[in-house]
Structure formats: structure tokens, C-alpha cells
Design a protein around this ligand. Structure first.
Ligand SMILES: [Zn+2]
Length: 523
């Protein structure tokens, strides 16, 4: 008796459809063999499946010689998500369920020892991979199916699967109920509707909460409008975290493709809340510096999980206390910052996961946090120097915008806020992004050196100002281009469509303070 069940595994954020064949060879010693590159988690499946079947009132075919084949055989399979299809395959192979009852469906889910069906990570990608097979022709025995094309997934998480296969997903939470439904002896688990997309404005942080910080607010607007990475240096209590968290609210909503990519990533990372649909809000992620590099960058031993830099895809990655992040982690971020993807290599080739994020970082000016310029710093000269050395030039060079943030004047905190709201500033940001698209880039920060000359030229006077800074040694060649890009964004926000003028350059230079001076490094 041969049983065939469709399922899928996920690696990184890529789903791969899998066919599980369970063969009862009829003769020979009783055994349960799994072939087709299973990893240890799948070998453990056997014990979970046996316990789940028995506690659900079915027999474990201990006397049968069963061979399980996972196809395609050249891909390593991992994860507990194959428990459920494996259990269904064993039931068919041992004649406790008909093959016809599982025809045209694909299933994924982890089994509890009590027969409960548990959520697995990556249901968006898993459902994508399964829906391309379930009910279609030309894929194993699904070919001669009744064309149901339905996906059975854990009830907890079924809405994730419904994003990509609306109306075709059944959410099951109990093996026994599911099998009775498949046999026609009870109701099948209900089909799950596609959840509504979460709109951009929902729960958006309010910019007008930031008071009395005109320079920082403006820097935030320029950074959001131009996609510029930004660094804020200031003492604790200056509102750096509050500012950073407003950044993603200023960004335009994700387009459909980006929202789907974010859904895949967040599903694989186990970040999605159940019941929610596509989320059009740009993500905001603020990982702690104590987090492992795998959690930040992505990776893993058996299967690869996205890290925080991918969780922030399409949105903002906020690194508070930048100087506390291990140098190795910061160095690893260099390639994703340039390419918009992270490449994670391991024994079986590399995984590529999207990680195009806007970097916002914050730092105290010195270890005690008070800053050395106003005389309240308690750090020694040596402590300050060691601290400043954590901020290498290549690292600082990543930031188009670098500002000093001071605590707001107490008076500005009194009374009702008269500051501009998120809803007032966001349209200006969106308009600037629209202009960038007309230049063939997503944001001005992506303009290449060649595009700067060709697409966003400087006026002669503006070029004089910029070259003067270069000749005085205030700018590197790379800094020269960065100021140029920021100046274009400043001009866009100012409604100046033509050449970049000296005032735009001067404004961009204001947003690029010498961080070494703030840190007391080269003082
Ligand atoms: Zn200090």
C-alpha cells in the first residue's frame, strides 16, 4: 500500500513543496525507515507521530515494515511541519484512511503528543509552495486527485496561509477531528477567509509627541524622504528612541510586493500575530546590542531563520547604543546595507534573504552619557578615547545624516503640542519618494555617482560650496556624494525642482556633524 501526501518545508523564507510517500512493503521485519535527506528533527517526528496517533485513538502499525520517502530526495528536509502529513501517510499505508480521502490536499503542521496540531514557522511560504501543487496535475498522486486543492494547516496560524491561498485553507487543531472530517465521519475544519490587510495609519506613532526638537524632527523628515541612514548622538533622555520610532510612521506604505516579502519574512521568523492579513506598515525593529549575531543577521544550524536585519526589510532598523554592538555584527551588516539582501552561507550553499532597511542609530556621546562638551562628563580622557574608537570611519561613513540631539527645553513640554503631526509630514515624505521614483530609484539615497551628475545636477554656486568643503578636508570623496544626495532631498522637500542651490548644500552640511567631535575623539 502506497500513500502519497503533499506538504512543504521552508528554508530561509523559501518554501519548497515536498511529496511524502509511505510504503508498506508487506513483507520483512517491522520497521520505520525515513529516506530522502531528513534531518534529526524529522527523525524525531516518528515518536511524535506515534504518540499523536495512539492518543487520537488510531493504531501505530508496529508490525508493518514502513518506508517513508521524502521527495525530492536531493534537498535536506527539516522542521516539525512534516509531522501531520507523515501521520496521514501512516494512516493511509496502514489502511486506517483511504488515499482518496487525502487526494488533492496538502498538509503541514507539528503534532503534539496528545494529537493537537501546532503552529510551525513560515506558514506564508509553506502555503505558497503547497498551493502550487495541491489540486494541480502533474505532481505525484495529486495528479489524479479530485482537484480539491485545499491546504490543511494548524488553526493557529491559518490566517497566515490564507494570505496566499484565500478560501483554500483549512485550519485544524486536532488530528482526530481532521481525520474524521477527511473520512466524511464529521465536519472538515472550516475554510479560512483571507484576513483584511492592515492599513498604513493603524497604530502609527505620532510625530507631534516629539516636542521642542526642531532640528531632530527636520532631520527625521529628510532621512525618511530620502531614505538616508541617520545617526543621532546625544545623552540619555534626549528622545533618541522616540524620534527613531517615528521614522517608520513617516515612510510611505509598503507596496503589495514588499508587503508580501515582509509577510514571508515575519512568518518565517515567527513574528506575525494570528488573524492579521498583509501589513502595509513599514516595519520598525529595534534589536538589543546583546542579541546574538545569528538573531541579528540571520542563520541557524538546521534551517535558516531570518534575522532582525531582514525583519526590518522595507522599514527601519534602529540600533540604540550603536557603540555597544559587537564590531563583527556591524561589519557583517556592510554587505546587506549595500546589496539590500543578506547572504547566509552554510554547508548546502547560500541562502539569500531580503534585508533592505533604513538604518537609524543612536549613541550616547560618552560612556557616562552626559557628554563632554558641557562639563558634566564623569569619564576619563582614556575612557572617552576607547569609546570613540568603536566608531570607525567606515562605520560613520554609512550615515548620510548625523546629528546631535539634546534634551528638549522643559518649556517646550508644557501645554498642548503645536508640533506638526505624522499625518501632516508623511505626505511631504511621500511626495519626495515619488520624485525619487521618477529618477529611477526608490529614494535619493540610492542615486549612484553617475546618476548624481546626470539626474540631479548642482548649480555652479552649489558645486563651489561643496568643493570648498572637500578641499578644506571637511569631506571625503564619499562624503561629497552623500552630502549631494541629502541636498537633493532637502531641495525636494523645499519644492525646488531645478538644480541644487548653495542653501540646499549648506542645509545638508548642517545634518552632517563631525561625530568624532561629539564623541570627544579628535578633540
Ligand atoms: Zn562621560
Amino acid at each position: 500500500m502506497l500513500a502519497t501526501i503533499s506538504s512543504a518545508v521552508v528554508d530561509g523564507i523559501d518554501g519548497l513543496s515536498i511529496t511524502i510517500e509511505v510504503i508498506n512493503t508487506g513483507t520483512g521485519t517491522p520497521r520505520f525507515t525515513v529516506v530522502g535527506l531528513p534531518d534529526t528533527t524529522i527523525r524525531e517526528s516518528r515518536d511524535r507521530v506515534r504518540a499523536a496517533l495512539m492518543s487520537s485513538g488510531y493504531k501505530w502499525p508496529a508490525t508493518l515494515p514502513l518506508t517513508v520517502n521524502l521527495a525530492p530526495s536531493d534537498v535536506r528536509k527539516h522542521g516539525a511541519g512534516l509531522d501531520l502529513p507523515l501521520a496521514l501517510g501512516v494512516l493511509v499505508a496502514s489502511k486506517q484512511l483511504d488515499q482518496a480521502d487525502v487526494a488533492g490536499i496538502a498538509a503541514v503542521g507539528e503534532l503534539g503528543l496528545d494529537g493537537s496540531i501546532r503552529r510551525v514557522p513560515g506558514l506564508v511560504s509553506l502555503a505558497e509552495a503547497m498551493s502550487s501543487v495541491a489540486g494541480s496535475s502533474g505532481a505525484g498522486s495529486v495528479a489524479d486527485s479530485d482537484g480539491r486543492g485545499e491546504l490543511v494547516v494548524p488553526l493557529d496560524g491559518a490566517s497566515e496561509a490564507a494570505i496566499v491561498a484565500p478560501g483554500r485553507v483549512r485550519g485544524a487543531d486536532c488530528l482526530r477531528d481532521l481525520v474524521e472530517g477527511l473520512k466524511g465521519e464529521g465536519p472538515l475544519p472550516a475554510l479560512v477567509e483571507a484576513p483584511a490587510a492592515r492599513c498604513h495609519e493603524e497604530g502609527r506613532p505620532e510625530l507631534s509627541d516629539v516636542r521642542g526638537q526642531p532640528l531632530a524632527r527636520w532631520a527625521l523628515e529628510v532621512a525618511a524622504a530620502g531614505g538616508h541612514h541617520a545617526l543621532m548622538v546625544g545623552p540619555p533622555g534626549a528622545g533618541k528612541t522616540m524620534l527613531a520610532s517615528r521614522m517608520s510612521a513617516l515612510l510611505p506604505p509598503l507596496d503589495a510586493a514588499d508587503a508580501m516579502t515582509v509577510a514571508r519574512i515575519h512568518s518565517a521568523a515567527g513574528l506575525r500575530q494570528d488573524g492579521s492579513g498583509l501589513d502595509l506598515r513599514p516595519p520598525f525593529r529595534a534589536p538589543h546590542h546583546g542579541m546574538s549575531s545569528v538573531a541579528l543577521i540571520g542563520g541557524g544550524t538546521a534551517s535558516i531563520r531570518p534575522g532582525e536585519i531582514s525583519n526590518a526589510h522595507g522599514g527601519v532598523l534602529f540600533l540604540d547604543e550603536l557603540g555597544e554592538f559587537p564590531r563583527s555584527v556591524i561589519d557583517t551588516m556592510r554587505q546587506p546595507l549595500e546589496e539590500g539582501v543578506v547572504r547566509i552561507s552554510r554547508a548546502h550553499g547560500a541562502q539569500v534573504i531580503p534585508s533592505r532597511f533604513q538604518l537609524v542609530a543612536a549613541s550616547n556621546p560618552c560612556p557616562c552619557g552626559n557628554g563632554w562638551t558641557d562639563g558634566t562628563c564623569r569619564c576619563t580622557e582614556a575612557q572617552r578615547r576607547t569609546y570613540a574608537m568603536r566608531f570607525s570611519d567606515p562605520l560613520l561613513d554609512r550615515f548620510d545624516i548625523r546629528i546631535e540631539v539634546s534634551p528638549p527645553e522643559p518649556r517646550s513640554l508644557l501645554g498642548r503640542s503645536t508640533e506638526e503631526t505624522t499625518a501632516e509630514v508623511a505626505p511631504r515624505v511621500a511626495a519626495a519618494r515619488e520624485l525619487a521614483r521618477s529618477r529611477g530609484v526608490r529614494s535619493n539615497a540610492e542615486l549612484t555617482g553617475g546618476q548624481l551628475e546626470a539626474v540631479v545636477p548642482l548649480s555652479d554656486a552649489a558645486r563651489d560650496v561643496l568643493e570648498h568643503e572637500l578641499l578644506r578636508g571637511n569631506l571625503t570623496a564619499r562624503g561629497f556624494a552623500r552630502v549631494w544626495r541629502v541636498a537633493r532631498t532637502v531641495a525636494d522637500l523645499a519644492g525646488a525642482p531645478d538644480q541644487i542651490q548653495p542653501e540646499h548644500i549648506r542645509a545638508a552640511l548642517l545634518l552632517r556633524v563631525r561625530v568624532g567631535a561629539l564623541l570627544g575623539a579628535a578633540a
